[in-house]
Design a binder for this molecule. Structure first.
Ligand SMILES: NC(=O)c1ccc[n+]([C@@H]2O[C@H](COP(=O)([O-])OP(=O)(O)OC[C@H]3O[C@@H](n4cnc5c(N)ncnc54)[C@H](OP(=O)(O)O)[C@@H]3O)[C@@H](O)[C@H]2O)c1
Length: 243
């Protein structure tokens, strides 16, 4: 059994996931780079190793039950437990998000497959290993776009957003966070939702407000919460988000 903490970050070959891996790795945590493409995952691992971080790649397609099972079996064999799971993998298909009155079922289903069903399936598969940790931490990447309160507030910056599949999938992620945290109350496992901010990644675009280094900060903080930290919340940079 490894003495350092073990963290698995899904969709960690680029963007906020890779930066979350980097910042956790700098704290001496052993990093498992979840990647659906083994080559891209290996590239991320090589980068982190070059920076002195202990990292390994775990092939993980969050929409594929067999891939999830194999990843969990490998982590169990190699480490016997998991301390941190960052459910970071996500998709936003701007091309098919045509608005609530027209968006195609296929678009909604594809987005939910990754952002919600995949996230829940990965969490359920790894939960037995996370329960073996002294201080299990689950971070679910949500978004301010998943907030019903923000969507209903004409003064909110996201009021005009109409990305139904993405927005609803992140609202569903928030419900999973609340219900799982309640189920795990009294255990060593904490579960929280993160809004990373609007971040300059392939998804966020070049016009986004935050650099990637800042976009990873919320995930890193929630992944390393102390024993007295919150569970079942929705945060951005330590501040509660409105549900
Ligand atoms: N960027 C923002 O402004 C922003 C704001 C709010 C919330 N978020 C959330 O933050 C998270 C990270 O976003 P990002 O901006 O870093 O996005 P990104 O740069 O597009 O990266 C997304 C990552 O998810 C992976 N992925 C997608 N589908 C997958 C699947 N089925 N199985 C495994 N991995 C999969 C991608 O892999 P490939 O490289 O193989 O495609 C990639 O590694 C997402 O959950 C996103 O919704 C982002």
């Amino acid at each position: 059994m490894s003495s350092s903490k073990i963290a698995l970050i899904t969709g960690a070959n680029k963007g906020i996931g890779l930066e979350t891996a980097r910042q956790l790795g700098r704290q001496g945590i052993t990093i498992l780079i979840g990647a659906r493409d083994a080559q891209r995952g290996a590239g991320a691992v090589a980068q982190l190793k070059g920076e002195g971080i202990e990292a390994r790649v775990v092939p993980l397609v969050v929409t594929d039950a067999g891939s999830i099972r194999a990843a969990a079996a490998w982590v169990e064999k190699e480490f016997g437990r998991l301390d941190i799971l960052v459910n970071n993998a996500g998709v936003l298909d701007y091309a098919t998000e045509t608005g609530p009155s027209t968006v195609a079922q296929a678009s909604l289903r594809a987005t939910f497959d990754t952002n919600f069903f995949g996230l829940v399936a990965v969490t359920q598969a790894f939960l037995p290993l996370i329960k073996k940790s002294m201080a299990g931490r689950i971070v679910n990447l949500s978004s301010i776009l998943g907030s019903l309160t923000e969507h209903g507030d004409a003064n909110s910056p996201i009021y005009p957003a109409r990305l139904l599949g993405y927005d609803a999938s992140k609202a569903a992620v928030n419900m999973f966070t609340v219900e799982l945290a309640q189920e795990l109350k009294g255990t060593n496992v904490k579960v929280n939702s993160a809004h990373p901010g609007w971040v300059k990644t392939d998804m966020g675009g070049a016009g986004a407000a935050l650099e990637i280094a800042d976009g990873a900060k919320t995930s890193v903080a929630l992944a390393t919460l102390p024993a007295e930290g919150p569970s079942g919340g929705f945060f951005h940079m330590g501040v509660h988000m409105r549900w």
